[in-house]
Design a binder for this molecule. Structure first.
Ligand SMILES: NC(=O)c1ccc[n+]([C@@H]2O[C@H](COP(=O)([O-])OP(=O)(O)OC[C@H]3O[C@@H](n4cnc5c(N)ncnc54)[C@H](O)[C@@H]3O)[C@@H](O)[C@H]2O)c1
Length: 358
């Protein structure tokens, strides 16, 4: 058993400091390097954190001090990077979405399994205490029959945010409110009520006329277990408000607002309910008003989990295989919006869905 595991962060952009702070705060993790094809970006963060800078993944993968690579690249670049990490025998924590197609996702899962390396995904909202309490209440049957699992995300992102990098304006690269921002919250309702059987989605651009992407999604999900879900997600709603996850059953309702449990009501009250109602803080930012406007503690949980899972040999808390059903729902939403009809799962990969018809 090793005492310390070296982390190399691939990509030195917006999300990378959240990973870096998390490694710094961990027990048993050591930040070794940043790698970015932009020398300026890699050098800037490497200097700030007092670690090495690499400008090419192949060079960073040769570094024996690195055990884990955090893949923080634009969405369409995760696939090739993860395959290279697996070939080099490095454990991988990839940012969301894991990839842009199901085939790529399956290839990455297979490559990591074959190499015997851990493969986790930072859909970090799953680890929020409110979500874990809801998940447990579902497992314990407290909701009765699960009726509805809704995600409401009314955020704001400026046109300048979209224009800050070419990939943020390209659907094929993983931009668009559905696959980029709402992914987390679609993941939460999938995690709680999934898997899905059928999806009906409409996408539109309400407030970013210069950007050829959907900034707003309206979707209806029928889950295999019988529950339904509504998703409303937007980056057009200035100034942006906290997300809401709303879970309803015949015997109870729970609502998470931001990271706070704002409603927790069951026909049968339990002694732990008062404590559960106090979960979270209304003051904690969760991304509503800006791209870097959130805390790093959920990322920190997953970094510590990666270290602990390597040490103990157990599975990571959020294996990519558990996020594949979310990607499938998201892809089904694009299929549905592209064709203007409901879509029954499973779906097949299809490049056409990235064409913007709005
Ligand atoms: N979990 C979260 O809450 C969260 C939040 C924001 C972003 N993200 C995800 O993190 C990932 C990165 O997003 P971001 O906003 O930090 O993007 P970004 O554009 O700010 O950073 C990406 C970096 O990758 C670099 N890069 C691109 N191609 C490269 C290559 N081939 N080799 C080396 N470096 C390369 C770019 O130069 C850039 O610095 C995306 O998958 C995004 O969805 C997740």
């Amino acid at each position: 058993m090793k005492k310390e595991y070296g982390f190399g962060i691939l990509g030195a952009g917006l999300v990378s400091p959240f990973h870096a702070k998390s490694v710094k705060a961990s027990q048993g993790g050591k930040l070794i390097a940043f790698c970015d094809m932009s020398k300026d970006r890699a050098d800037k963060l490497a200097t700030e954190y007092g670690v090495k800078a690499y400008y090419d993944l192949a060079d960073m993968l040769k570094d024996p001090a690195i055990d884990v690579v955090n893949v923080c690249l634009p969405n369409h670049l995760h696939h090739q990077a993860v395959l290279a990490c697996a070939r080099a025998g490095k454990h991988v924590l990839t940012e969301k979405p894991p990839a842009m197609t199901l085939q790529e996702t399956d290839e990455m899962i297979a490559a990591c399994a074959q190499a015997g390396v851990k493969f986790g995904c930072t859909v970090q909202c799953r680890v929020r205490k409110a979500i874990q309490a809801i998940k447990k209440a579902v497992a314990d049957g407290r909701f009765g029959t699960l009726l509805q699992a809704d995600a409401v995300m009314k955020w704001f992102r400026s046109t300048d945010y979209y224009k800050s990098d070419a990939w943020r304006m390209s659907r094929k690269s993983g931009a668009g409110v559905t696959v980029q921002h709402a992914f987390h919250y679609i993941d939460l309702i999938q995690y709680i009520a999934g898997p899905a059987a059928r999806v009906d989605a409409r996408m539109t651009n309400l407030a970013h006329p210069d950007i050829h992407l959907e900034d707003t999604l309206y979707a209806f999900i029928e889950f295999k277990g019988g529950a339904r879900g509504m998703v409303e997600a937007s980056t057009a709603m200035w100034p942006g408000t906290d997300i809401r996850i709303e879970i309803h059953g015949t015997d109870g309702t729970a609502i998470m607002t931001g990271e706070k449990m704002s409603v927790w009501k069951f026909r049968e009250e339990k002694p732990e309910d008062a404590e559960i109602r106090a979960i979270g803080s209304a003051a904690q930012s969760t991304g509503a008003t800006g791209a870097a406007d959130f805390g790093y503690l959920d990322h920190a949980f997953l970094i510590q989990d990666m270290i602990d899972s390597i040490n103990t040999g157990r599975e990571v808390a959020i294996p990519v295989a558990s996020v594949r059903p979310t990607l499938e729902i998201v892809l089904a939403m694009y299929h549905s919006a592209f064709r203007g009809t409901p879509v029954t799962l499973p779906v097949k990969d299809d490049e056409k869905i990235w064409e913007w018809k709005g």
